[in-house]
Design a protein around this ligand. Structure first.
Ligand code: NAD
Length: 252
């Protein structure tokens, strides 16, 4: 597979592409800001110029971990997270999906989170709101593709804790949104904790390469949901759904 890697951190994405090239793969690094449609459209053009076509799109860029209370943290935190986590996916869909639909094959993978199905797993309200939105967007997108009879597939990735640099996402705070928000109060870093019985299994973070393998398997099997921690997710969505069902059961 030829690979186009994009990230707002130019040196990091160039280093990652160089690693792939050292392994004998064709890889191109493109500095891009997914919160900008122009930037993602330019990325799509670069990908087509480099390799002639695009078959697999991973909308994976995301930011989080500010842990400010929803009504106390600056509004710019909301703008930042919605811009990257939600509009990043919207821009990826709008820039790339027309190419996939026109060529009659392809797959798009949107990264959400367990926080896209259960509040309280991330400790950050804006983050949770954007990830619920990515889940809904992906479900709706899959229906639209089915409706038009397109063979293009959609998957939504639901990671639990993974060993990455997400905790330092603030490093990419965009200057146009004003001053960098103050660090969260230490006592709020564990805000909205996961239930105690799940703490142990969610404390050990998964290695990103294990997540990558699950994504690859999910794409090959045309699975919509790609879940890294199925047992833990089952418990969490079970609790949530039970609460909802207790409200609606017997209504009809
Ligand atoms: N790590 C976890 O535990 C976890 C859990 C659930 C979901 N996720 C999701 O996984 C995805 C990947 O995050 P990660 O955990 O690898 O964190 P990470 O910080 O290591 O990687 C995120 C990448 O997004 C890039 N990025 C940030 N803003 C950008 C922008 N405006 N334009 C382009 N790139 C930008 C960053 O530079 C970084 O390379 C995110 O969507 C995140 O929400 C992560």
């Amino acid at each position: 597979m030829h690979v186009v890697l994009a990230d707002v951190e130019a040196p990091a994405v160039e280093a990652a592409a160089a690693e792939l090239r050292a392994d004998g793969l064709s890889a191109v690094a493109v500095p891009a800001d997914v919160s900008s449609l122009e930037s993602v459209e330019a990325l799509a053009r670069r990908a087509v110029d480099a390799f002639g076509a695009v078959h697999l799109v991973c909308n994976n860029a995301g930011v989080g971990a500010t842990h400010a209370l929803a009504w106390e943290g600056s509004l710019a935190i909301w703008e930042w997270m919605i811009g990257v986590n939600l509009f990043g996916v919207v821009h990826g869909v709008r820039a790339f999906l027309p190419l996939l639909v026109a060529q009659g094959e392809g797959h798009i993978v949107n990264t959400a989170s367990m926080a896209g199905l259960v509040a309280g797993t991330s400790g950050s309200t804006p983050y949770t709101a954007t990830k619920y939105a990515v889940v809904g967007l992906s479900e709706s997108l899959a229906l639209e593709l089915t409706m038009i009879g397109s063979p293009v597939r959609v998957s939504v990735l639901i990671p639990g804790p993974v060993e990455t640099n997400l905790a330092s996402a603030i490093r990419n705070w965009p200057s146009h949104l004003g001053p960098v928000p103050a660090p969260a109060r230490a006592d709020r870093a564990g805000l909205l904790p996961i239930p105690s019985q799940l703490r142990g299994s969610l404390e050990t973070k998964m290695h990103p390469s294990a997540v990558a393998q699950l994504v690859l398997d999910g794409i090959r099997a045309d699975r919509f949901w790609i879940v890294t921690h199925p047992a833990e997710l089952a418990q969490l969505i079970g609790q949530r759904t039970k609460g909802l069902l207790s409200e609606v059961d017997g209504v009809q």
